[in-house]
Design a protein around this ligand. Structure first.
Ligand code: ADP
Ligand code: ASP
Ligand code: MG
Length: 412
């Protein structure tokens, strides 16, 4: 039989009892004849706890030391899971990300996996051991410890599954699969039996934190089948795989929301070549991801450029933009963080005109003002006031018939 990668998120390993339950599940899979690699996250909200500890000792901890600190969370859970499996009489070994051969670039706190040297993993599996790998971490070619961004254990799992050509990568979490929207926001919501890589990539990038977007990118690139399911029961979850979009009947598959966006604007930018390049190149050089970009119509030889970034980059972006604004003789900058992004996603949109209009109609009915709009072939996103976000999600779920008569299964 083949290799199975199983990833267990923080809530699945939140305490000793849950770790023992995960151990049982991993051993069961091994006993079915599979080679098993289990990737684990830090216990419960340990990563948040470590971040808060860092803030108590420093206002501006360096990204290198933050990575050093945060990587410890996953090391606690791999050791405990390995001990629990040992006590069941199974051969097992725990490995840190670097020990598992995960090489990343130098971007501390959101490093990208460049390569996985899988010799050690193969060697341990060939000796009949279950291998437990710490999610969320790797090392640079200079052996500096890095982390992969919040939710990064998903990416560790998908990348290992790709490197080992695993049959499937199972993402065990605290809900039964991928739903049409966050089941904690709308409990009576449809579960998706399957979802395409492209749709999942959009949903994840637009705020559905059930999977980290990079994990979906890896899975798509190396054609790894992902199975998102609950670690609290044996129900079939959601399969994320290549789906023929031409056969899509459902126009909108899901609604995502994200409170993690900040709107930045540069006012009175001179209307000449090179201005946008200067702004966005500088942000890119500082590893700041930019999402929606809007340039206003020219008035009196200047225009305004507005865009969204992630909240954690706000202070860094403000400092950079203030400097650029002075250099290019712009009028000034602004920064608004009480906003939310709400998006509809569906591969069927390509062939069905009018979906965006339906979305705007639903939001207008709810008296919600749209501050920014962006579209792609399979998604429409809007920026609205944070206070209106949940109302907007509920309204869109209703508009596109995404409700279900059953209440979604959500573990505490
Ligand atoms: P883990 O610790 O297992 O990685 P996460 O908290 O990162 O778990 O992701 C699971 C959570 O994602 C769920 O508890 C749910 O609230 C949230 N979520 C957001 N959008 C969706 C969605 N469309 N489908 C399922 N879960 C979603
Ligand atoms: N422990 C990390 C986090 O909380 C990584 C993960 O859980 O995937 O973001
Ligand atoms: Mg997660």
């Amino acid at each position: 039989m083949g290799i199975i990668v199983q990833k267990f998120g923080g809530s699945s390993v939140a305490d000793a009892e849950r770790i023992k339950r995960v151990a049982k599940r991993v051993v069961e899979t091994k006993k079915l004849g599979h080679k098993v690699v289990a990737v684990v996250s830090a216990m419960g909200d340990n990563t948040d706890h470590l971040i808060s500890l860092a803030r108590q000792v420093s206002d501006a901890p360096s990204e290198r030391e933050m990575d050093m600190l945060l990587a410890t969370g996953e090391q606690v859970s791999i050791a405990l899971l390995a001990m629990a499996i040992q006590s069941m009489g199974e051969a097992v070994i725990s490995l840190t990300g670097p020990q598992a051969g995960i090489k990343t670039n130098n971007t501390h706190s959101k490093a990208k996996i460049l390569d996985i040297s899988s010799e050690r993993l193969h060697q341990e599996l060939d000796q009949g051991k279950i291998v437990i790998v710490a999610g969320f971490q790797g090392a640079t070619i200079n052996d500096e410890i890095t982390t992969l961004g919040r939710g990064g254990s998903d990416t560790t799992a998908a990348a290992i599954a790709a490197a080992l050509k695993a049959d499937v990568c199972e993402i065990f979490t605290d809900v039964d699969g991928v739903y049409a929207t966050d089941p904690r926001v709308v409990p009576n919501i449809k579960k998706l039996d399957t979802v395409s890589f492209d749709e999942m990539l959009e949903l994840a990038s637009l705020g559905a934190k059930v999977l980290q977007p990079r994990a979906v990118e890896f899975a798509k690139l190396y054609n790894v089948k992902l199975h998102v399911r609950s670690s609290f029961n044996y129900n079939q979850g959601t399969i994320v795989q290549e789906v023929n979009h031409m056969e899509k009947e459902i126009v909108v598959s899901g609604v995502a929301h994200d409170f993690n966006a900040v709107k930045m604007a540069v006012f009175g930018v001179p209307d000449k070549p090179g201005m946008a390049c200067k702004i966005f190149k500088t942000l890119a050089e500082h590893a700041i991801n930019v999402d929606m970009i809007v340039q206003s119509a020219k008035v009196n030889g200047v225009n305004d450029i507005a865009f969204t970034i992630e909240k954690q980059d706000m202070e860094k972006a403000k400092t950079l933009l203030e400097k650029i604004s002075r250099e290019i003789n712009a009028r000034g900058i602004s920064c608004t963080d009480n906003i939310a992004k709400v998006s509809i996603v569906g591969a069927g949109m390509i062939t069905n005109p009018g979906v965006a209009a339906d979305m705007f109609e639903a939001l207008a009915e709810a008296n919600i003002n749209l501050e920014m709009i962006s579209t792609s072939e399979i998604k429409v996103s809007v920026i609205i006031e944070a206070n209106d976000c949940i109302k907007a999600v509920k309204k869109l779920v209703e508009k596109f018939n995404l409700q279900d008569s059953d209440v979604a299964t959500v573990a505490g």
